[in-house]
Design a protein around this ligand. Structure first.
Ligand code: NIG
Ligand code: FE
Length: 431
């Protein structure tokens, strides 16, 4: 007697399961390249959960679609976990093309920020925008991310920079999660920049963050993590430490924008605090790499940002993998330094700019990306018990992802066991 399930996916040329390592936690070193590929593979799904993964022959012998169930033929396709994008700033109002043009003329991102632009340009637009218009443009961005294979997207606050506005941002992010089939993971980033009102007294803003904004944000019960932009001219290592400790006291896991432009020691701070991730790391030091490896902090690399800022030096992914640092990849989707919604392009940059193998890059965009959000026991892998978030791409091998640069071969996308995109045609994406 076959067990009836709600969804069967059969006949995949490659079923890429990205299995968790023995003992769980992020995948490090050689484990990053182990994708658990099953040729002629199949998946059985009941409701929102994967119940079995294996060779089609075995899965077909044990399972059948129930009366309301569906079978998807994945012949000539690769089935892999939906992407987890663990670092984005999707909730913003309006774009900054004029700053992009200034950068092309040779004015740096930090110079534009020092002149009052950059994140503060977006803060002005965000504070003035209506909820409805911020939601509408952010939902559109999520639609695009999903069309490139995303199933989980972290979204940070950080374009309001005042107590009420940052709470409003958290509520809007929670609303995006309700309205969109993608899983949204909110992060509190009240420490994204020093707001105009506090330029003359940064310490006063740090006190406001640690004594009021962060405890109030945590009490709202929306955010899982607290983040900070630790960078020259923004928050120092010492200020970042106080901000993240306030987050940890309130129950928020720590994350940092670390060592992006200057090697300040953000990676070392991430290790000291037991942060869940340190992100960017374009200028991380060898000491920072060793500290992150010892503390098993996930390195979230954002090559789209360095590319978009016109930099030629990327984060040392190979050195990190060799040292045992678990590496993840993310879009950093934001209106200033990385205006992209496409994880496949980030995977291509991982391989072409940082010499990751396609297998490592796929682990970095799925299982390890989930680990950067402390969600690796629930998503990012096609293993029984995991959430059924998966993508079917029309390709003979998973290497198509970095090979077909800047494009997408996505055919079907299943989120929480529900097919949201069939035959590359989106259905009603919004709930
Ligand atoms: O990760 N570095 C800080 N935050 C973003 C940029 C945000 C913006 O410019 O609007 C980043 O690159
Ligand atoms: Fe960022």
């Amino acid at each position: 007697m076959k067990r009836q399930v709600s969804l069967l996916i059969t006949g995949a040329r490659q079923l890429v399961t990205v299995p968790p390592p023995p003992g769980g936690g992020p995948k490090c070193g050689e484990e990053m390249g182990r994708l658990g590929v099953i040729e002629e593979g199949a998946l059985a799904i009941e409701g929102a959960e994967i119940v079995a993964a294996g060779p089609s022959r075995e899965i077909r012998a044990a399972f059948a679609p129930g009366p309301e169930g569906l079978e998807i033929d994945a012949r000539d396709c690769v089935v892999l976990p939906a992407f987890v994008d663990p670092h984005t700033h999707v909730l913003f109002a309006g774009t900054r093309e004029w700053e992009f043009q200034l950068r092309l003329e040779g004015i740096s991102y930090m110079e534009i920020a020092a002149r009052g632009g950059g994140i503060r340009s977006s803060v002005r637009m965000f504070r003035e925008a209506e909820d409805a218009s911020i939601l509408a443009e952010s939902l559109e961005r999520l639609d695009r991310m999903v069309a490139y294979g995303a199933g989980t997207v972290e979204i940070k606050t950080g374009y309001a920079l005042d107590p009420e506005g940052e709470l409003r941002a958290l509520r809007l992010i929670a609303e995006l999660d309700r309205r969109h089939p993608v899983t949204v993971v909110p992060t509190y980033l009240g420490a994204h920049e020093i707001p105009d009102e506090y330029r003359g007294d940064v310490e006063a803003y740090v006190r406001l963050l640690t004594e009021r904004m962060i405890p109030e944000a945590a009490a709202l019960g929306v955010a899982r993590c607290c983040d900070v932009f630790c960078e020259q001219g923004v928050f120092s290592v010492e200020q970042s430490r106080r901000i993240l400790k306030a987050g940890q006291r309130a129950g928020l896991a720590a994350k940092l924008h670390a060592d992006e432009i200057e090697p300040l020691g953000g990676a070392e701070l991430a290790a000291e605090l037991g942060a869940v991730s340190a992100d960017h790391l374009g200028r991380v030091s060898p000491k920072g790499i060793a500290a992150m490896a010892a503390a098993r902090v996930v390195a979230v690399l954002l090559p789209g940002t360095l590319f978009s800022l016109g930099r030629r030096e990327y984060a040392p992914a190979r050195a990190m993998i060799a040292a045992g640092v678990p590496v993840a990849l993310a879009t950093d989707c934001n209106p200033g330094s990385s205006m992209t919604d496409a994880m496949p392009w980030i995977i291509a940059l991982g391989c072409l700019a940082m010499q990751m193998t396609p297998g490592e890059a796929i682990t970095a965009a799925t299982y390890n990306a989930a680990a950067a959000l402390a969600l690796e026991a629930r998503c990012g892998s096609l293993t029984p018990g995991y959430r059924a978030d998966l993508q079917i791409i029309a390709a003979p091998s998973y290497a198509r992802l970095p090979y077909h640069v800047g494009s997408s071969d996505l055919r079907d996308l299943v989120l929480g066991g529900v097919p949201w995109i069939r035959d590359a045609r989106p259905g009603a994406l919004r709930l």
